[in-house]
Write a protein that binds this ligand. Sequence first.
Ligand SMILES: *Cc1c(COP(=O)(O)O)cnc(C)c1O
Length: 322
Amino acid sequence: MATLPTPLDEAPRLTKMLGGPRILFKRDDNDGFALGGNKARKLEFLIADAMQKGADTIITTGGVQSNHARITAAAAKRYGMRPILVLRGDSSAEYDGNLLLDKLFGAEIRIVAPDMRDTMPIMQDIAEEMRDGGREPYIIPSGGSNPVGAIAYSNAMLEIISQAVEMSVKVDHVVFASGSGGTQGGLLFGAKALNFQGRILGISDGASRDPLASKIVEIANGCARLIDSHVLVSLKDVDFLDQYAGKGYGILQKEVVDAIMTVAGTEGILLDPVYTGKAMWGLMDLIHQGYFEKDETVVFIHTGGTPALFAYRKELVSFLGS
Ligand SMILES: *Cc1c(COP(=O)(O)O)cnc(C)c1O
């Protein structure tokens, strides 16, 4: 599904404006499937697993503007399966951004309360319903974040290392938005298994450090078990910052809009309002605080999410106007 490898591009104007370190963008927003993003990588493995198990129905969950739900809907259709999405949000949510795309992909959508924490029981009920109707359901957890999905990011780590070698670049830090832990877990296992010497730094999309850090470790070690590796990841390997979580998941704030405009205005690259804008706010602030050495190199993984820009147009315009 994904067109790989994605480009690893220099960002010279942004680097210059921020005064170092050297910044490169890993363009996973450009991975070529259903408008792109990190979930396309994970779904290659998850859909393969579903097919191997004879599934004909894919059930997953997320917020109404979930990128994961959008790409899952497309992936299910691509392989002849029926996508059912359990989405947290207002039942009056407008068909815009990812929700509009879910509809265009012909997904069946069930909206649940925005504050419902665990939608797994609902997905299990739907799966039961499906089995009763003679179908074979396959449940994908939130964000596709289990070892099967996350191992795609161990591959992404290999991809980054290979590209850096080709470009004669030594990567000191890999920075990205972290939410359900799959991306970070996969990268961490990959980094350790491949003896990568840099740091892997996840910036929270709103989640707090506990219990996400433990989940990241669990996923990373699950990846190791999947391929019979003896590499062991522990809590001290997890660099996860939640001080940029701001007002919470999906809530836009001025610093995020500033980060989006800075990258758009220097590199012509669009970030998104929920994940990558927040992670870039974190990266820019950490640079100002002297977290990185000026001669170091940071790879910022652009994990996608740009379709959500349109669903946030009112909030974005209100910040632009002030
Ligand atoms: C899901 C998502 C993330 C977070 O990835 P996790 O693997 O859930 O931590 C980051 N950026 C975008 C655009 C996403 O859709």
